[in-house]
Design a protein around this ligand. Structure first.
Ligand code: SF4
Ligand code: SF4
Length: 316
């Protein structure tokens, strides 16, 4: 495909986040795509899971039906009603087959839509606004999700065009994708961030909805390629899933035979996405549980004892 054609390819994006220092080297712009083959119970971006646009309702911003009724007036399906506090309520069973007219009409941004189609050209024009920071810090663009490689054509076109423009790129993947796609992308990126969540496939399926066989196979094939781009493996440490020595030791030992370009990091579970579940009228599956900080510290020691300086302590 020509550069001209690549620039026109569209992807379903729910966020472009600037000045990130957590998802790849240096200062980065993160492009978040929608759609994911996993359903991790602890997901902090629930709006990333489904492919299409989703209506979100933040009652805290609603002006109240005594002052404003725009959403009520435009809804073609009778899906909008007042709740017991005279604030907006969306009946999700009635909502549908509509270009989110209520969100377009809402003056308070109480109703918004997660997800919109955006062209490679438009996404890169946002990314390139911070080119000076990338040059100074060794940063660039990170393509994340959801699982960004589910939108294969968009991911390839974006990364190819970024490469032409000399923007450094990273991909953040859950690994649950066809090997051919991952292989193709490996020629286009400078860094790979690869999630490995559990070595036990049944446990993996219990908390993510899928087993881990394809993920581990894809990782082994990727790490075995004769390439020089670094691979950072990350494990979100989640209560009642993998917050124990056996689980973390098993992952670290799995990584041990791979070459030095594979490093490892643990990410502590957090509840920052809780509010977004409520905006989507979903219940966060994890409830009120918290990660024990001293346990997390011990698990970091476990990984470091196995992998030495290939383990990167959290926050570094
Ligand atoms: S998205 Fe459309 S159908 Fe759904 S509540 Fe809003 S206006 Fe009604
Ligand atoms: S349009 Fe927005 S502010 Fe007005 S009632 Fe509906 S949700 Fe509330």
């Amino acid at each position: 495909m020509s550069s001209f054609e690549d620039r026109k390819v569209q992807g379903m994006i729910f966020n472009i986040q600037k000045y990130s220092v957590h998802d790849g080297p240096g200062i980065r712009t993160i492009v978040f795509t929608k759609g994911c083959p996993l359903r991790c119970n602890w997901c902090s971006n629930p709006e990333s899971q489904q492919y299409g646009p989703e209506l979100a309702c933040n009652k805290g911003r609603c002006l109240g039906f005594d002052k404003c009724r725009y959403c009520l007036d435009v809804c073609p399906n009778g899906a909008i009603t007042a709740d017991e506090n005279n604030l907006v309520h969306v009946n999700r069973h009635l909502c549908g087959d509509c270009p989110h007219l209520c969100a377009q009409a809402c003056p308070a941004r109480s109703l918004i839509v997660y997800g919109a189609m955006r062209r490679v050209e438009d996404v890169l024009s946002v990314v390139e606004q911070d080119a000076v920071f990338y040059t100074r810090s060794g940063g660039g663009l990170t393509l994340s999700g959801g699982e960004p490689l589910l939108q294969h054509d968009f991911a390839i076109a974006l990364l190819r065009e970024a490469k032409k423009r000399r923007v450094r790129t990273a991909i953040e993947t859950c690994g649950m994708i066809p090997w051919e796609t991952l292989h193709e992308v490996s020629h286009l990126v400078h860094d790979v961030l690869f999630d490995i969540k559990h070595m036990n496939s049944e446990e993996h399926e219990r908390q993510t909805g899928v087993g881990n066989a394809r993920i581990l196979d894809n990782f082994s094939r990727l790490a075995g390629l004769q390439k020089d781009h670094p691979i950072l493996v990350r494990t979100p440490v989640v209560p009642d899933f993998n917050d124990n020595e056996d689980a973390i030791r098993a992952i670290a030992q799995f990584l041990l035979p791979f070459k030095n370009r594979v490093s490892y990091e643990l990410l502590p579970y957090h509840r920052l996405g809780t509010q977004k579940y409520h905006f989507l009228d979903r219940m966060p599956s994890m409830g009120e549980v918290q990660l024990d900080k001293s346990l997390f510290s011990r698990l970091q020691d476990t990984a470091q004892n196995i992998l030495g300086n290939r383990f990167i302590p959290a926050g570094q």
